[in-house]
Ligand binder design. Structure first.
Ligand code: MGD
Ligand code: SF4
Length: 750
């Protein structure tokens, strides 16, 4: 029975994936309609509201459960602005997270046998929770609570964050900052005094021109954004894509600029030059709202398209033409701020250049540009004040990365290794919802840190690579089996969404809130967990927001009227920006004060040595990072990654389509597993491309183990952004090994 359901879902998905590549057509996302293909009639099913955890777009949905208690399908909530009633293929396949037979099923405790070998033994919840709590007590007594660190991501991380704060620690970091969006936050905040958020406040649905700098919307499947882009294409918007790879978005663009990697700032500065020196910028807007035009004008004087051509390989005429296209469409232009933007270590400055371009076009706060988002503030469930820790993540960053606004993951790793001599050291970790071995660049640092700490507890749903490092594994119920925090993300209309269990947790798994509460109780922190069931917390919060759990169970999503004013600036309206000058800062006073370039500069980055190629990586529509590779439905659609190689390079190396190769990077590190070659004109000859998230090392992942190669393994060189600590990952170069390096090693030994 299970098998039949599984095939059915996969078939739905398979059709979906094929259509995905055509998503930007006049029919938009045809694939979502396939959701309705189901032999069970809706009358026989009960819908439960949830929001998706397959990626961080968090689309609100209905999980339909049949009479036997099986989830038959997940369908987007029509009232939800994140999805407009249509899930992406990954979201549809999310049910595979529940029915993946490789799931963590019961708590595990690491044990050392008499012969010294280690293994996991199954444990009761009592034992596992006691163990975590007693270690937390011990660390608190020996070193202070601050020495217990937390790596967190997504909703499960939030529950543990609360636990740690109650316990007295704020030594936390999540990959979403330093390994992802952090540079963008610093860049846009320093320019506009505001963040672009998630979902980004890009008004793509009404834009006349969308500019994508390495943003591969469509492969990076952020639902409503893809839908809006599809609509914008239908309405004839100009799409300009800057990417060394012919991405899906590039294929739907009016202009594809196949830029030489690591040179984007030069292109952006040349665009700024054209706007200023051809007088194409929005003069009224710039005069009224911005600070520093004269400095900027002087700064870009010699940054002509001809200058940029020598750096970027983009023809000067193309640079002029595209700048004029933007100006012609202004202010309805979206310079997409990007998302995973940690590339070369000067990423905050690239973000600044994009923000400045946005300002010159008068597009911030304008229809078809970037709108003013508004969210609902969900009140905290009453609990005593958190004690102020003696030190927090800020103390690692202090002096090093002055504009970091969250904990930096690699700093948390370093603070865990005594040899780095951090004044504030970490001795133990909780890890919740993040698979560090596949997400952290510089695996050597990760291993050093994991070796150094006294204790690691991991809360996950799957036996992911990180669980192999745990002393205690806490198996969490999946998102479809639990209550969770109320989703509240700023959007055009403020809104909230409910996640409630569609079915009981399978196996011996428990919701994150329960696990956090149980540990809290053992630490004497009952007052911070003053509820029996998380539904009480949610109901209390919802009542403060003028609704209730009862109502939300019926509607899933609730929208509220805006209180902060209109979506856009009115013509000539006065507006004070939250920056030092109260203006949009073309020249950043804050950066100058901290000794950083107040206006972005192009810096040359190292290039691949002979016979090496720059490794760039990205997403596929059916996967999210490493979390989905073992999902039965999604691995059915794409079970491994490949390495994209330009035909010229393939010829040079004699590489054939689907041939397996190992990759070796500039530091001599070789991938654990081979990866198939995809020969394609879609990638420049100086680079190779891989989808991130494959090459898992844990044998317990029956579908994902050893399938494809891990891009992360090749990322040993990290270019750290001095402004906010972002981990630039695209300065790594690979070459090909056509023979199995393990055999080679054996031959050498023999
Ligand atoms: P995943 O690799 O998907 O993302 O990094 P991570 O947050 O580590 O791992 C998520 C983990 O959460 C998995 O172990 C999964 O099983 C677990 N999980 C999923 N659902 C649940 C749940 O409901 N409860 C619990 N407890 N656990 C759950 C993402 C990070 O990676 C980010 S945000 C970016 S943008 C970077 N991208 C990136 C890249 O593109 N290339 C390379 N090389 N590295 C990258 N690192 C960064
Ligand atoms: Fe889920 Fe897709 Fe929405 Fe992401 S974009 S939350 S995977 S449905």
């Amino acid at each position: 029975k299970t098998r039949r359901d599984f095939i059915k879902i996969s078939t739905v998905g398979a059709g979906a994936a094929a259509i995905t590549y055509k998503a930007f057509g006049s029919k938009g996302f045809g694939l979502f309609e396939s959701n309705s293909v189901d032999p069970v009639s809706d009358e026989e099913l009960t819908p439960y509201p949830t929001y998706c955890e397959v990626c961080f777009w968090k689309c609100a949905a209905w999980a339909y459960v049949d009479k036997s208690g099986k989830i038959r399908k997940i369908v987007g909530n029509k009232n939800d602005p994140h999805c407009n009633g249509r899930l992406c293929p990954r979201g549809t396949g999310g049910v595979g997270m529940v029915y993946d037979e490789d799931r963590l099923k019961t708590p595990l405790i690491r044990e050392t046998r008499t012969d010294g070998t280690q293994h996991f033994r199954e444990a009761t919840w009592e034992e596992a929770l006691d163990k975590v709590a007693s270690k937390m007590k011990e660390v608190k007594e020996k070193y202070g609570p601050e020495a217990f660190g937390l790596f967190n991501h997504g909703t499960p991380g939030g529950q543990f964050h609360h636990l740690l704060r109650a316990y007295g620690s704020e030594s936390n970091a999540e990959p979403a900052f330093a390994n992802c969006r952090g540079p963008r936050s610093s860049a846009y905040f320093s320019t506009f005094g505001a963040y672009v958020g998630s979902p980004e406040s890009t008004d793509i649905r009404d834009t006349n021109c969308l500019v994508l700098i390495g943003s591969h919307i469509g492969e990076n499947m952020h639902n409503s954004q893809v839908q809006e882009m599809s609509d914008a294409i239908d309405k004839g918007a100009t799409i300009i894509t800057v990417d060394p790879r012919y991405s899906t978005a590039a294929a739907h663009s009016s202009f594809w600029l196949p830029i030489k990697p690591a040179t984007d700032i030069a292109l952006l500065m040349a665009w700024i030059h054209v706007l200023i020196y051809e007088g194409l910028y929005d003069k009224d807007y710039v005069e009224k709202y911005t600070f520093g035009l004269e400095y900027l004008k002087d700064h870009v004087k010699n940054m002509t398209p001809e200058w940029a051509y020598g750096i970027t390989t983009i023809e000067p005429e193309q640079i002029r033409k595209t700048a004029r296209a933007m100006a012609g469409a202004a202010p309805a232009v979206v310079i997409h701020p990007g998302r995973h933007v940690v590339w070369y270590g000067d990423d905050t400055q690239r973000g600044r250049a994009m923000a400045i371009l946005t300002a010159l076009l008068g597009a911030w706060g304008k229809r078809g540009g970037l709108y003013f988002p508004e969210g609902v503030s969900v009140p905290a469930y009453p609990h005593p004040h958190f004690h102020e820790p003696e030190w927090t993540w800020k103390d690692w960053n202090a002096g090093r990365y002055p504009l970091a606004t969250m904990g930096i993951t690699t700093e948390l790793l370093k603070a865990s290794v005594p040899k780095y001599n951090y004044k504030h050291q970490v001795k133990a970790w909780l890890v919740a919802g993040t698979n560090l071995p596949l997400s952290m660049p510089d695996k050597r640092l990760f291993k050093e840190a994991a070796d150094a700490v006294e204790f690691i507890a991991v809360m996950d749903t799957m036996p992911m690579d990180i669980t192999g490092y745990a002393d205690v594994v806490l198996p969490e119920a999946t998102y479809l089996e639990r209550y969770d925090v109320i989703r509240s993300a700023a959007n055009r209309e403020p809104n909230i969404a409910l996640r409630m269990p569609a079915i009981e947790p399978k196996y011996n798994t428990k919701p994150g809130w329960w696990i956090a509460k149980q540990i809290g109780e053992r630490l004497g922190l009952h007052d911070y967990f003053n509820f029996e069931d998380y539904s009480e917390v949610i109901d209390w919060q919802l009542k403060q927001l003028g609704t209730s759990l009862e109502e939300m169970k019926k509607i899933g999503v609730k929208k509220y009227p805006r209180k902060s004013g209109p979506l856009y600036l009115g013509d000539g309206e006065d507006f004070e920006f939250n920056t030092s000058t109260g203006k949009i800062e073309l020249y950043s006073v804050d950066f100058a004060d901290h000794g950083f370039d107040p206006i972005p500069k192009y810096t040359k980055h190292p290039e691949p040595p002979a016979n090496f190629y720059r490794l760039i990586y990205g997403r596929a529509p059916m996967h999210t990072f490493s979390r989905t590779s073992n999902n039965p439905n999604l691995s059915d659609l794409m079970s491994e990654n490949s390495v994209w190689v330009n035909p010229k390079v393939a010829d040079l190396w004699g590489l054939k389509r689907d041939q397996e190769v190992w990759l070796k990077n500039q530091d001599g590190v070789i991938t654990s597993f081979p990866v198939k070659v995809r020969v394609t004109e879609r990638i420049r000859w100086d680079s190779v491309y891989m989808v991130h998230g494959f090459g898992h090392n844990n044998k317990k992942l029956s579908r994902a183990f050893g399938r494809g190669a891990s891009d992360t393994e090749m990322i040993t060189n990290v270019a750290v952004d001095p402004i906010m600590g972002g981990t630039g990952m695209r300065g790594n170069f690979i070459t090909f090994l056509t023979e199995d390096p393990a055999l080679e090693g054996k031959e050498v030994k023999a």
